[in-house]
Design a protein around this ligand. Structure first.
Ligand SMILES: O=C(CO)[C@@H](O)[C@H](O)COP(=O)(O)O
Length: 215
């Protein structure tokens, strides 16, 4: 089953609650919330108070993607704000195992994310400790970028690593996902697709979600 996680980075922030309800009504499986700090990535987005505020308007699972330096400082605040799944970038966490343990102890699902240039070998030792791996298919920071085709091979390689170890780990992809690239990433092994502009810029959001999911 392919799951769709619309990225609110592409929503209209002046009517964020409304835009979240739109994707919920259109059949989204979860909500992708990009947390950017202006250091790890060259952009700024939301802090815990915004996440706590939107927690009141939807029951969608909150898929919180931390693109911040010092992620250990933000785990508890985002857990309290209502995150369900917290994804940490491997590039930001020298003590990755400890951070993931901390996320799990707070009762949240754990994700680990890799930038396009970061090799899969960096997560070999924690693959058994995560619920999800998020492979960035663009360089993180902005919506509306072009999918990087060489990421298809990386997705397939990760799928093989997971299957060979008989693990149940979701593969999420994020960046440049539209109905065309969605087919390619799913064929390679991805099962959770994040999409921002392809959903929020569509005339018919429900149709866009169905087309990306392939239903
Ligand atoms: O994390 C990011 C960008 O850094 C994404 O979640 C974007 O929001 C995806 O946007 P599209 O590429 O789908 O427009």
């Amino acid at each position: 089953m392919i799951k769709i996680s619309p990225s609110i980075l592409s929503a209209d922030f002046s009517k964020l609650a409304e835009d979240i309800k739109l994707v919920e009504a259109a059949g989204a499986d979860m909500l992708h919330i990009d947390i950017m700090d202006g250091h790890f990535v060259p952009n700024l987005t939301f802090g815990p108070p915004v996440v706590a505020a939107i927690r009141k308007v939807t029951t969608l699972l909150f898929d919180v993607h931390l693109m911040v330096n010092n992620p250990q400082d933000f785990i508890e605040p985002f857990a309290k704000a209502g995150a369900d799944l917290l994804t940490i970038h491997v590039e930001t966490a020298p003590h990755l195992h400890r951070i993931l343990q901390c996320v799990r102890e707070l009762g949240l699902k754990t994700g680990v994310s890799l930038n396009p240039a970061t090799p899969l070998s960096s997560i070999e030792e924690v693959l058994g400790d995560v619920d999800m791996v998020l492979l960035m298919t663009v360089n993180p920071g902005f919506g509306g970028q072009k999918f990087i085709p060489s990421m298809i091979h990386k997705i397939a390689k990760l799928k093989k690593m997971i299957d060979e170890r008989n693990l149940k780990v979701d593969i999420q992809v994020d960046g440049g996902i539209n109905p065309v690239t969605a087919r390619e990433v799913v064929a390679a092994g991805a099962n959770i697709l994040v999409a921002g502009s392809a959903i929020y810029q569509a005339d018919d959001i429900k149709k866009a979600i169905c087309e990306i999911r392939g239903t």
